[in-house]
Write a protein that binds this ligand. Structure first.
Ligand SMILES: [Zn+2]
Length: 254
């Protein structure tokens, strides 16, 4: 909650970025800023590398830190950034066996997935991540709403298994039915990918059907209502171990 509030308080992209890099610094996690510039946009991604015991494969964990011009961008997407920070701290304390972690805080998602596309273009001829989890809209709810590059893939299966022993629901849909976010360029690049949101299960059908009944989430994001008042820390606390176990499950190959 504190972390989400610190990011949401940032007056602009630079302020939000500073809240994240301050937190990384406090946790003793090294980071680098990767600037990109395209004909219409320029921006800055924050990149973190946490070596695993075997560094031959990379597991990408990401969330965008920019927001639209209205509201505080708390649900979309400071809360996901706070969760990503906690995941990075966890993997710093207790690294994976078979993967290095690459943490990415993307800029300019709201401008059209610009930061993630720039990042993936920059690593095209280098080591592509084997797996990726992208968090977008992770502020409250009883359900992990997920898009998987492959419903039968190791990530989707690890997610289902990790959630089984909890009260948390998982709703897995095809990427084409799931709202656009930075997971899309990852899937396009051939990376085994999960796009993940935490929202109330009752909202998902109205989102998928674009029905007349507006789901609560669409009255919050991209409006002046997107403030920390809408974050439910207890829901995020329940989802966090599932997220962690999903990643560790893939690492352990089960
Ligand atoms: Zn978002």
């Amino acid at each position: 909650m504190e972390q989400t509030a610190a990011i949401a308080k940032g007056q602009d992209t630079a302020g939000r970025r500073r809240a994240i890099t301050d937190s990384l610094q406090t946790a003793g996690i090294e980071y680098r800023l990767e600037e990109f510039s395209l004909p219409r946009f320029s921006g800055t991604n924050i990149v973190v590398d946490i070596p695993g015991k075997d560094t031959s494969k990379v597991f990408l964990l990401s969330a965008h830190y920019d927001r639209v011009s209205v509201g505080q961008g708390a649900v979309d997407n400071a809360a996901s950034c706070a969760v990503l920070l906690e995941l990075l701290k966890e993997f710093k304390r207790n690294p994976l066996n078979n993967f290095s972690i690459r943490g990415l805080f993307f800029d300019l998602e709201e401008a059209g997935l610009v930061g993630s596309q720039a990042y993936l273009a920059s690593i095209r001829d280098k080591q592509m991540p084997a797996d990726a989890v992208n968090l977008d809209i992770f502020g409250y709810g009883d359900t992990l709403f997920a898009a998987a590059s492959s419903a039968e893939g190791s990530l989707a299966k690890a997610l289902q298994r990790a959630a089984q022993e909890t009260s948390l629901h998982v709703r897995l849909v095809e990427p084409a039915r799931y709202p656009a976010s930075d997971h899309r360029p990852m899937i396009a690049a051939g990376i085994e990918t999960l796009g993940l949101s935490l929202i109330d299960g009752a909202e998902i059908d109205p989102i998928l059907q674009r029905s007349a009944q507006t789901p609560r989430i669409l009255t919050i994001i991209h409006t002046a209502q997107d403030t920390t008042d809408n974050i439910r820390g207890s829901d995020i606390e329940k989802a966090f171990p599932v997220l962690l176990q999903t990643i560790r499950g893939v690492d352990e190959g089960n």
